[in-house]
Design a protein around this ligand. Structure first.
Ligand code: FES
Ligand SMILES: [Fe+2]
Length: 447
């Protein structure tokens, strides 16, 4: 349980708030670059600030305040110029720093105007546009590995959620939810679908593997790591688990990333919880499908994006894929989860670690120090899952999208899904051939 003051400290992201000041020390992914190819001017709301993202005719990106200095026209209707964005009303031209550099009908000479719009640095990496909204100089843009991994293809799923970012991120510190939200809820959801036949739900279906997560739990563990924290479940055979073991879960990357699947796996993903404002989150599923050397991955000119649907034609929540199950429970905690009335249990140990880490990093910023995961010079590739024990790689069903498992994830709505299934099929063939060549025993398919 938190006090109201603590809850506000960890959740609110507007300018001048403790968490908002922390967030402004990071490069924040704000849009898929592919959206700018469809429409070079995009309205963006991030950390409670209303802005306009544009790509001008020279290909430069800008992120500036959304209201023209002249008479407040919303610049989402602006016209990209050779170097900047023009207001659609009287053509005032703004550059990427937010400075007005031309007022076409005001005659000459023109005195320089002192007022400026906001103007934030913007960069592209791995098909995402990142913005930096904090004090200058900006740190280097971190090259987290899925953004730059070789021999891989990618797609980006975007979901806007009516809730505060922290309840999405706390989900990452909650390995136990998998048994219910992705097991029993999944089963219940598909049992209500028309024409459902219980016998047709293959025992290898994702939901059955998820239900096992809840069997034989001894305790949860969590500890801070180089880039965030690691956590998992300790199982006991005496309590009903298959064996005594520690099962590591997805990596948590500070401040708002989580990674499912090992980097370089046939399917891995960053989920990124970008605060739009205090009560809305821009949720990005950055999906990466990598192949071993020897398996060719189709080349991509542009990383495509998609919007997985949350509701069906009758307005009912769609609950038969993993992200939708997460999303419904995050939103169901309320616009900002009331942590003054919660009752934490033994399975919430990682959540406590997550909150403590967030509070510590907010304090660092308050003390004038750089928070974690800000880099003067990023390495060529940063590996959030480096050094993780093997148990992290257990979700093997995500390398078998060609065998039906693609249906259980948001990926099924993505424009790449058929190519991904084909890639998974070719990776499996390649690995079987390699195993046959070495005489190695074939691993069980759905281990
Ligand atoms: S309102 Fe923008 S130029 Fe006049
Ligand atoms: Fe989940």
């Amino acid at each position: 349980m938190l006090s109201q003051e603590q809850n506000d400290r960890l959740t609110r992201v507007g300018p001048g708030t403790p968490c908002g000041e922390l967030m402004r020390r990071y490069w924040i992914p704000i849009r898929p670059y592919a959206q700018l190819l469809e429409n070079p001017v995009q309205k963006v709301r991030i950390l409670g600030e209303d802005l306009v993202l544009y790509k001008d005719n020279s290909g430069n990106l800008g992120l500036i305040g959304d209201r023209c200095l002249h008479r407040n026209v919303d610049l989402q209707y602006g016209i990209p110029d050779d170097c900047g964005l023009r207001c659609p009303y009287h053509g005032w031209l703004f550059n990427e720093t937010g400075k007005c550099v031309e007022r076409p009908m005001e005659g000459a000479p023109q005195a320089e105007i002192k007022q400026k719009l906001k103007g934030y640095p913007v960069r592209e990496l791995g098909g995402l546009v990142f913005a930096y909204m904090g004090p200058l100089p900006a740190p280097d843009l971190p090259r987290w590995d899925l953004f730059v991994w070789p021999n891989a293809m990618r797609q980006i799923g975007i979901t806007e959620l009516d809730c505060n970012w922290l309840q999405c991120q706390e989900n990452t510190g909650d390995p136990a939810h998998s048994a219910w939200a992705h097991g029993y809820l999944f089963e219940y959801a598909i049992s209500r679908q028309k024409g459902f036949d219980h016998h047709s739900a293959d025992q290898l279906h994702t939901l059955h593997q998820r239900k096992k997560v809840g069997v034989g739990i001894k305790e949860l563990y969590a500890e801070q790591s180089e880039y965030g924290f690691r956590k998992g479940i300790r199982y006991s055979k005496a309590l009903g688990a298959d064996e005594d073991k520690d099962q590591e879960h997805s990596a948590v990357v500070f401040p708002f990333y989580t990674q499912t699947g090992r980097s370089g796996a046939p399917r891995s993903e960053y989920q990124i919880r970008v605060p739009i404002d205090d009560t809305h989150t821009y949720h990005i599923c950055y999906q990466c499908y990598a192949a071993p050397e020897g398996v060719e991955v189709p080349k991509q000119d542009v990383v495509p994006y998609y919007v997985p649907p949350q509701y069906d034609a009758e307005g009912n929540a769609i609950l038969d894929y993993v992200l939708a199950q997460d999303a419904i429970v995050w939103v169901a905690q309320g616009p900002i989860a009331d942590r003054t009335t919660e009752l934490l249990g033994r399975t919430d140990i990682p959540i406590v670690v997550l909150r403590r880490q967030l509070d510590e990093q907010i304090t660092r910023v308050e003390q004038g120090l750089a928070p974690m995961n800000t880099f003067e010079k990023s390495p060529d590739m940063l590996h959030p899952t480096a050094g993780k024990p093997d148990s992290f790689h257990k979700h093997a069903f995500r390398k078998f999208y060609h065998k039906g498992f693609a249906n259980d994830d948001a990926d099924r709505y993505g424009p790449l899904i058929e190519e991904v299934k084909d890639l998974h099929r070719r990776i499996e063939e390649f690995q079987l051939k390699a195993q046959a060549g070495t005489g190695e025993a074939r691993a069980p398919e759905h281990a």
